[in-house]
Ligand binder design. Structure first.
Ligand code: ATP
Ligand code: MG
Length: 433
């Protein structure tokens, strides 16, 4: 026998029935996006490496050590499997002058790639839902994006404030960050003996990121560090307070976390994360913020922007953890075909039912013809269908089919194959939309 091949470490197959949970989640997202007027954008999975180096910043976890980058062996181009969605969206809107007529609200769902150590909630191919609002500078869109995540948790059945908690911060503007950065570096230098190797390396390149450390030995130094919030000017504070006011009025509980910085360099003003205590150390399920400088940084006409990204695997793990199931989808009807029944009229009838919107499952026959009625009824039962359509040779010859309720003790009826539209609706009563 030929040797079997395996998927790449950290990259998962999603098979039924698990895939049904994914479909349910994606459908919930798409319905939500339509309600808020967000349009779908689809960008390539492979981009020029330079896009992420320029877009995310050289001294970020992703660019330093997580990117799947390679040279195209046919032409030597430097390519990277996208580690996140925002940079590609910005490249696309720049390339197509897509903001020419005004701002846009966009969303995407798709795979991302990061070369990390695989563990529960952390994979090398994972999936994100992302929402991006481009071309608007006001706090209204920041708030809308956050309210939209609240609505998503509610649609999914999560308890906001219990299963997921919102953390909020403002990173101010570049000049405010510069002033804070100087004070921060001074503080950290004064305690250089307490910093770990990574922190020392980042001291002059990305000191803000040091505040995000999980090293317990550094918590005290980090706690005592100057807070960016204290360096914010009037305009930045007003923006932050406006977002807070909307959240407050909408009854959304949140915590201001002045140490929240996010992984990418491009953020300014509002940043937020949805965290959970139910997934161990992989606690961030969704994160986002404003990135007013990125469009220009990637060569576009300057325009403000704000967005979020959500990790689907972690979200699905969380839903499982709190016992939220996807709705079970069962066929409306299951076709049981007796031996000796001509196949063509049966399949044409089933086809007509499907065109009327009835979900019908057919038990495929083998070379020897249909399985025994007993075995077919067993499968009909197991399928969860509410009706069996029993096709026998005599009935079909008379243009009839027997419809037998499987879930409740209703009467078996005879229906006409010629006039399917008249009774198709009966099969769909109570089926989930
Ligand atoms: P973490 O701190 O857990 O590494 P991150 O800051 O790198 O997360 P983002 O870049 O903000 O994450 O991505 C947004 C979301 O994507 C995360 O909140 C998380 O839910 C998910 N995510 C990130 N990396 C992975 C991964 N390797 N596997 C699965 N999900 C991931
Ligand atoms: Mg990460």
């Amino acid at each position: 026998m030929a040797e079997t091949l395996q998927a790449i470490k950290g990259m998962n197959d999603i098979l039924p029935p698990e895939s049904a949970r994914w479909e349910w989640f994606e459908e919930t997202v798409r319905k939500l996006m339509r309600r808020y007027g967000y349009q779908n954008i689809r960008t390539p999975i492979v981009e020029p490496t330079a896009l992420f180096v320029r877009g995310l910043g050289e001294v970020t976890d992703i660019v330093e050590k997580e990117m799947y980058s390679f040279a195209d062996s046919l032409n030597g181009d430097q390519l990277t499997l996208r580690p996140e969605g925002t940079a590609g969206v910005v490249r696309a809107i720049n390339e197509h002058s897509f903001l020419y007529e005004g701002g846009k609200r966009l969303y995407y769902i798709g795979p991302m790639f990061r070369h990390e150590r695989p563990q529960k909630g952390r994979y090398r191919q994972f999936h994100q839902v992302g929402a991006e609002v481009l071309g608007f500078s006001g706090p209204d869109v920041d708030a809308e994006l956050i309210l939209m995540t609240v609505a998503l948790w509610q649609d999914l059945g999560l308890k906001v404030g219990e299963d997921v908690k919102l953390e909020l911060n403002s990173l101010g503007q570049p000049d405010e960050r510069r002033a804070h950065r100087e004070a921060l570096i001074k503080h950290l230098e004064a305690h250089a003996d307490l910093l770990d190797e990574e922190a020392r390396r980042r001291l002059h390149s990305n000191p803000l990121r040091i505040l995000d450390t999980k090293n317990p030995a550094m918590q005290a130094v980090v706690e005592a560090a100057p807070k960016l919030m204290d360096f914010l000017g009037e305009a930045s504070l007003a923006h932050f307070n406006a977002v807070r006011a909307v959240l407050g009025a909408a009854g959304v509980a949140y915590r201001v976390n002045t140490r929240l910085v996010r992984g990418m360099d491009y953020y300014n003003l509002t940043v937020f994360e949805w965290v959970t205590e139910r997934l161990g150390s992989q606690g961030t399920v969704c994160g986002g913020g404003r990135y007013d400088g990125l469009i220009e940084q990637l060569g576009g006409k300057p325009a403000p922007a704000v967005g979020w990204g959500l990790g689907m695997e972690r979200m699905l793990l969380l839903l499982q953890e709190v016992g939220i199931q996807a709705p079970v989808r069962t066929p409306d009807a299951f076709a049981v075909v007796m031996a000796g029944t001509p196949l063509a009229p049966v399949m044409v009838a089933i086809e007509s039912l499907r065109r009327c919107g009835v979900t019908v499952q057919l038990n495929p026959a083998g070379k020897e013809g249909p399985a025994s009625p007993k075995s077919q009824f067993k499968k009909a039962d197991a399928s969860g269908a509410r009706f069996a359509l029993v096709f026998g040779p005599d009935e079909v010859a008379q243009g009839q089919v027997s419809v037998k309720p499987l879930r409740d003790n209703g009467e078996q009826t005879q229906q006409s194959l010629q006039d399917i539209g008249a009774w198709a609706a009966m099969l769909q009563v109570g089926s989930p939309s």
